[in-house]
Design a protein. Structure first.
Length: 569
């Protein structure tokens, strides 16, 4: 405690003597004290929903390449006025991907920052969501992280604290998120993360969790695992390199990777190849520092008491040329230029031993915009999806943000054009007595597209949304020039008896029109031949497929476009 006080006084003295050294054009400087200040503790008493609950229509947006709908809604699908929700995490059932669960920090009343473990689930691939409430009513909970195992059992890791005592519980759901058990103690601490091994190897089903060492319930340890389906968790261990504010990933051979902020700048990556072995004492192969030309920070004006996003790590598990590649992505305060937040990317092709030079993903002009909450996931076919919030179109003096997206199909060597996927919204409104919109978004990718859980203020308050992003695959290097080469629509959609699928191609080319299931598997090919330029219509009749959700994928030469189809009874 004395050391903490002395360090704080020293920092304040430096700020008074040399104020310009503390902030450069509103760019925060990382310090261990800021890490220690950023933590989740209960401040306000619990407040229930307002006595009179007003409802408004929940935003529901569908356009080329993206479908977005609000998740924290009432039984009729309406927005609940006066509550708030942020910091979401998503999990998708690998057996039945129509079933998804999103967890978030639920504030029943915006007049109190008391938060609980909110959750919602869907059984129709995200078209509609059920929000039953919270897992443990009246109990302070934060930092939700969700996962699912190969058997379709969902897990919800949640932090609680009493003063400076931080502990986590992992709850289980056997019915797609409709109900949860009483949870297992999982040690824990502030900013915990969790991942589940689904590699098919000896560690399949293992649950791993780590958190910020500064706020650990079991110092000096800040890592644990479960080898019995989350019924119990092992004693805590330290992680080499001391990463924090990060995520975890399991590679194709069951190897475990942990990424987080390093003690000064950059990102630290720790690797264990024996964490997967049941009964084995977990050891770390190495901890590698990765230069990302910047650092992750807290207390930026776009998210005043939150961080700009976590360190994201994911692995290529495909059978393609990138199998085993490790990818890092984060919103970083830059070091080589004076930029408050860029989305930076790096990769390793040798198991995390060495890393590429950092690469800037956002392509805006200038160095004054915030690209924050950078989030990444890797699809089963190796495609890398990236989203972030972006202020590039915000009027001067504001931090209006929009959702942006890009992807890579060549292991991060080149990227599609930055694509704006939403209108701007003000992230600085709707605060539930806590000046932030959480600390992260979460995303999962499949062979068709990406499933994103995120927050925004479309309703004038903080709410949680689900977006299904379907990349319109074209030549990556020249996407803007080729974006009008083909188009694909269907009507009606949803349909009962028949849907007319209409497409247009601008040049003679070989055309393939496939109907895919939710796994991305081709179940019917409607067209597979050379066609001249023109507009074509193909009917999809009701006797081909049962009711459900499908994707129609048009491939014309090297260009692809995909739309979502809904067949109803």
């Amino acid at each position: 405690m004395k050391k903490l006080i002395l360090l704080t006084l020293l920092l304040l003295a430096i700020m008074v003597i040399c104020p310009s050294s503390s902030y450069n054009q509103n760019i925060p400087i990382p310090t261990s004290e800021k890490v220690k200040m950023h933590h989740e503790t209960p401040d306000d008493a619990y407040l229930s929903f307002p006595a009179v609950i007003n409802k408004t229509p929940a935003p529901r947006l569908r356009s080329t390449g993206i479908f977005t709908t609000q998740v924290n809604v009432d039984p009729n699908g309406n927005n609940i006025v006066g509550d708030a929700a942020n910091e979401p995490s998503i999990a998708i059932d690998p057996i039945d991907p129509d079933r998804m669960v999103i967890g978030w920090r639920q504030f029943d009343n915006v007049n109190s920052n008391f938060r609980q473990a909110g959750y919602g689930y869907t059984t129709d691939a995200g078209e509609t969501w059920t929000f039953p409430g919270v897992i443990t009513p009246g109990i302070f909970r934060s930092d939700p992280v969700l996962g699912v195992d190969t058997a379709g059992i969902f897990y919800y890791n949640s932090l609680t604290s009493n003063g400076y005592d931080f502990t986590c519980k992992v709850f289980k759901s056997f019915d797609g998120g409709a109900s949860w058990n009483t949870g297992a103690n999982a040690h824990g601490g502030d900013k915990q993360w969790m991942t589940i091994d689904r590699s098919g190897g000896q560690g399949t089903g293992n649950i791993y969790s780590y958190w910020t060492s500064y706020y650990s319930s079991c110092l000096p340890g800040f890592f644990t695992r479960s080898t019995d389906e989350g019924n119990s968790f092992a004693e805590c261990l330290e992680v080499d390199g001391n990463p924090y504010w990060g995520t975890m990933a399991v590679g194709p051979d069951g190897e475990l990777y942990i990424a987080g902020s390093a003690s000064s700048d950059g990102i630290m990556v720790s690797k264990s190849t024996d964490a997967q072995i049941p009964g084995n004492l977990v050891t770390w192969d190495f901890a590698t520092y990765v230069d990302m030309d910047g650092f992750i920070t807290a207390q930026a004006p776009v998210n005043p008491v939150g961080i700009l996003g976590q360190a994201n790590i994911d692995v290529d598990r495909s059978s393609g040329p990138g199998r085993g590649n490790i990818y890092l992505l984060a919103s970083m305060v830059r070091l080589s230029v004076s930029d408050p937040a860029d989305v930076m990317f790096a990769k390793s092709t040798d198991g995390g031993v060495t890393w590429s030079s950092p690469q800037r993903i956002n392509t805006d002009i200038g160095t004054i915009n915030y690209q924050w909450f950078g989030t990444m996931s890797v699809a089963p076919d190796g495609r890398i999806d990236v989203v972030w919030l972006d202020t590039r179109e915000a009027p001067v003096g504001t931090y209006l943000s929009a959702l942006y997206y890009c992807y890579s199909t060549d292991q991060g060597e080149t990227w599609s054009a930055n694509e704006k996927l939403s209108d701007e919204f003000d992230p600085n409104i709707g605060y539930p007595q806590q000046d932030k919109m959480g600390d992260y978004f979460d995303m999962r990718s499949d062979s068709i597209g990406a499933h994103l859980a995120w927050s925004n203020t479309f309703n004038g308050e903080e709410d949680v949304y689900y977006s299904n992003i379907i990349p319109q695959i074209t030549g990556i290097a020249d996407q803007p020039q080729n974006q009008n080469i083909l188009s694909l629509t269907s009507f009606p959609n949803p349909f009962r008896d028949l849907s007319a699928i209409k497409y247009k191609i601008s040049n003679p080319v070989h055309v393939k029109l496939d109907i895919c299931n939710v796994y991305g598997e081709v179940i019917s090919t409607l067209v597979d031949k050379n066609q001249t330029a023109g507009t074509y219509t193909v009917n999809m009749t009701n006797n081909l497929f049962p009711a459900g959700f499908y994707f129609c994928r048009l491939t014309a030469g090297t260009h692809t476009e995909t739309i979502r189809l809904i067949k109803v009874n």
